[in-house]
Design a protein around this ligand. Structure first.
Ligand code: FAD
Ligand code: DLZ
Ligand code: SF4
Length: 508
């Protein structure tokens, strides 16, 4: 009796557990482009195009390897427009009586599969370096689940950047060396662009026509859509950009949004690259003397540390995680996140770049869009929906811990030991956004006062009671308490006036 083998849009890996467990001669692979996924939430058109183009090419590859693949294109008249609808349709069509699946990356789809009126055999997703058991044993009984300690466990487990039982370079973490601002440099190597081939062009046309209302442009689409292209992108990064990755990891430049970042997350998250192989390659660059330890450790920590940690935490915390709101924030997401005009140059640049490329790097996500939403008290569920929709690499298992936990402190401090909030100082130091901004990063009050300066103290004032026992917030709270009462009143009144304008939809 044949089974249906489900391959989702972010499961495009030859070693997918469901494929490994299936039998080519009897089982049938099911893949489907569906509105149910593309509109949950309304994803950036580049992200939809990336997934559909990569799915079509992966399906062709599976067929060439002898698999029978039933592939539904978005425009097929019989398309059931949901993953479960497609499985039921294909079961009827083929007479298959059960489904073999690799556990999906979000709780929503797991539940949908659990509710399918067909037996579903779910295999663990083995495309990670850690296991869920390993994480949960590590987490068991710990008061705090800090990434840094799980990362060390992963270093020891894999032997990556280890000399015997000691970390290479004598330290586990070189983050302190990774805070240099950048200056414009015309000769900085640019990430490679992958010119759309015939299949990608067909998908781009279709996506443009099917989702005209989604935020984001398709022009300039150049994401890798096959494993071979993704390997070429990785190769370019390791050869030309890894060595400076560490120094400029936190820097932001309006006209050079990618700097030395790898841009590998979309390909990695849909399964075109293997995380362990990327870490091993980075280590090889260090061992060969081609990249310094601060760059290589910094890069490896993001994948072996953060990526593994957030995956495991998301799975452990369960479906309720995305609804957490520890700071009880309720403001609606301001229209400027969808491109409405703003005088704040850091936000308008980051949102513009997001619209044009479906990408921004970590510090833009954390310290510009995330920081502003947190300071302004935006409902974390709205912030979560935005991040999940607008980035090509966004899948709930990785996006939600970063947004709900790291960025919005909405999990009450599971991931971050203190909220990632900052005034304009940090943005002025790490970027060139403030040059020529309508506001002044130095002005703390008055018409030109940077909104980040006003909202920073507004946030501290609102949450003083909550953070009074947090040692890492001690200095900030003490500064606020010591400030002249008149000055405090001015800051709070100006911040309130700013928020009122924001809520009224005025240009701020
Ligand atoms: P690089 O800077 O080159 O880093 C190398 C790789 O490390 C990335 O490709 C990525 O796979 C991994 N990585 C780096 N930081 C993290 C992290 N914090 N968590 C997990 N993996 C990490 N990353 C996603 O992949 N998907 C998301 O939906 C996502 N949402 C985010 C939301 C917020 C609010 C924040 C603050 C961060 C989010 N990140 C997310 C993490 C990070 O911003 C992106 O992984 C990174 O910007 C991807 O660009 P890159 O490939 O050039 O990364
Ligand atoms: C993100 C996404 C989109 C936009 N479209 C599809 C699709 O049409 N078909 C599909 O199989 N997968 C798609 N995906 C990826 C799924 O949403 C993803 O598998 C789940 O969110 C779990 O990570
Ligand atoms: Fe952003 Fe303030 Fe700098 Fe303007 S002055 S770019 S709003 S941090």
């Amino acid at each position: 009796m044949s089974r249906l083998v489900l391959v989702l849009g972010d499961q495009l890996s030859p070693d997918l557990s469901a494929l490994c467990a299936a039998d080519k001669s009897t089982d049938v692979v099911v893949m489907a482009e569906v509105h149910g996924e593309a509109r949950t939430p309304a994803h950036h058109p580049q992200k939809i195009a990336l997934i559909f183009a990569a799915m079509r090419k992966f399906a062709t590859k599976l067929e060439a390897e002898g698999w029978r693949v039933l592939y539904a294109k978005l425009g097929d008249p019989a398309n059931a427009h949901s993953i479960t609808g497609e499985l039921l349709r294909r079961a009827e069509e083929t007479g298959a009586t059960s489904v073999l699946a690799t556990t999906p990356g979000d709780h929503r789809l797991m539940r949908m599969l659990d509710e399918l009126p067909l037996p579903v055999s779910r295999r663990p997703d083995t495309r990670f370096i850690s296991t869920q058991k390993e994480f949960e044993e590590w987490a068991d009984g710990r008061k705090e689940l800090r990434m840094e300690f799980f990362y060390r466990l992963m270093r020891r487990k894999t032997g990556i950047l280890m000399d015997g039982d000691k970390p290479v370079g004598g330290k586990w973490n070189f983050d302190h060396d990774n805070r240099k601002p950048a200056v414009p440099d015309l000769f900085r190597p640019k990430p490679p662009r992958f010119k759309p081939d015939r299949i990608t062009r067909e998908v781009l046309d279709m996506v443009g026509a099917a989702f005209p209302d989604h935020f984001g442009t398709l022009d300039g689409f150049s994401w890798p859509t096959t494993a071979a292209e993704a390997e070429a992108a990785a190769d370019h990064f390791f050869t030309h950009r890894l060595a400076s990755f560490g120094d400029y990891q936190d820097a932001m430049l309006a006209d050079d949004p990618f700097l030395y970042h790898s841009l590998l997350s979309p390909a990695l998250n849909i399964g075109l690259l293997d995380p362990l192989a990327l870490c091993q390659r980075a280590e090889a660059e260090y061992r060969a003397g081609r990249a310094p330890i601060n760059a290589v450790e910094g890069f490896i920590r993001q994948i072996l540390g953060w990526r593994e940690y957030v995956r495991r935490l998301y799975m452990m915390e369960g479906p309720g995680y995305v609804t957490r709101n520890a700071l009880a924030h309720t403001r609606a997401l301001p229209a400027l996140y969808w491109g409405a005009k703003t005088h704040m140059s850091c936000l308008s640049e980051t949102v513009r770049q997001t619209r044009d490329t479906a990408y921004s790097h970590h510090i833009q996500r954390l310290m510009i869009t995330g920081n502003f939403a947190l300071l302004a008290g935006v409902d974390p569920a709205h912030v979560h929906d935005w991040y999940l929709a607008v980035y090509a690499d966004a899948f709930e298992w990785v996006e939600a811990p970063n947004t709900i936990g790291m960025s919005q402190f909405a999990d009450g401090g599971i991931i971050a030991s203190k909220p990632y909030v900052s005034s304009a100082n940090y943005i002025a130091k790490m970027s060139d956004y403030c040059d020529g901004c309508h506001y002044s990063a130095q002005a703390k009050t008055g018409a030109k006062a940077c909104p980040f300066n006003l909202l920073y103290w507004h946030f501290i004032d609102r949450h003083e009671a909550r953070f009074k026992s947090n040692r890492r917030m001690g200095n900030v709270l003490a500064t606020w308490r010591r400030m002249e009462p008149v000055r405090k009143e001015t800051i709070l009144a100006e911040a309130d006036a700013f928020l009122a304008k924001l809520d009224a939809g005025e240009v701020v």
